[in-house]
Design a protein around this ligand. Structure first.
Ligand code: ATP
Length: 242
């Protein structure tokens, strides 16, 4: 089958003033893939995601970023949402002063199929019963893990063509981490294309079709998730084994 490319990054460089955070990377996500980008603190993973969404004010961004066959450097966030590119940022970014139900509706603001939107809300309430129990509660009153669930559900309400997830497991209890990864795998199995940035390399590589390792602004390794899990270099540096 011919692979349909959803995201293609080539020669991406990002500098914060004098600090070169991303030093020329290539990365590709094909339709239906779950791709993970792993690496240590400060490797440049979040910066890479922000370059895709164009949320790096006052930074020099060089190279090419193509999404759905179109160059998207300089396209604003509002237009990216209309183009069905959704991002769940690190730290979640839910609307804390809106209810859980309102947050989900906001996620669907580019849609106008009321019945479909209601059906999706019901679907997410079934996946995350805790959100249903708290539907009318302000999102800011949720725990970190619950906010992560809401942020993911809200992003998926837009029916994204590409979902960018920045460290969804960060700061969560092991049970919550399991739940989040279960949802990521399910959503991927339903056909959503995902780029997942994670520090939990083991779970990320177990879930992903392919992975990239980022170190000091460069991609140092890439390959099938299963192969990378068995790579001695990955084991030693990122899985705490070997
Ligand atoms: P983490 O997992 O800790 O979030 P990361 O791989 O996502 O790490 P980035 O957040 O992309 O890494 O950071 C890459 C480098 O860029 C780091 O050295 C960081 O200090 C620097 N950096 C990030 N944001 C800024 C900023 N706004 N101004 C200056 N330097 C920054």
């Amino acid at each position: 089958a011919v692979r349909e490319n959803v995201l293609r990054i080539s020669g991406l460089k990002v500098a914060y003033g004098g600090i070169q955070a991303v030093k020329g990377i290539d990365l590709e996500v094909n339709k239906g893939e779950l791709i993970t980008l792993i690496g240590a603190n400060g490797a440049g993973k979040t910066t890479t995601l922000k370059a895709i969404t164009g949320t790096l004010p006052n930074c020099r961004v060089e190279g090419h970023i193509d999404y759905a066959g179109e160059a998207i450097k300089g396209v604003g966030s509002f237009d990216l949402v209309k183009k069905k590119l959704a991002m769940v940022p690190e730290g979640r970014g839910v609307f804390t002063r809106m209810s859980i139900h309102e947050n989900l509706l906001m996620g669907a603001y580019t849609r106008d199929d009321k019945a479909g939107i209601d059906a999706d809300i019901d679907k997410w309430f079934a996946v995350f019963p805790r959100l249903k129990e708290r539907a009318a509660q302000m999102a800011g009153t949720l725990s970190g893990g619950e906010q992560q669930m809401l942020a993911m559900a809200r992003a998926l309400m837009s029916h994204p063509k590409l979902l960018l997830l920045d460290e969804p497991s960060m700061g969560l209890s092991p049970i919550m981490v399991e739940k989040i990864f279960e949802v990521v795998r399910t959503v991927s199995a339903e056909g959503v294309t995902i780029l997942l940035v994670e520090q939990n390399a083991k779970l990320a590589l177990q879930a992903a079709h392919r992975g990239y390792v980022m170190d000091s602004g460069l991609i140092t390794m890439s390959g099938a998730g299963a192969d990378m899990l068995n790579d001695p270099r990955v084991k030693e540096a990122y899985l705490g084994e070997g």
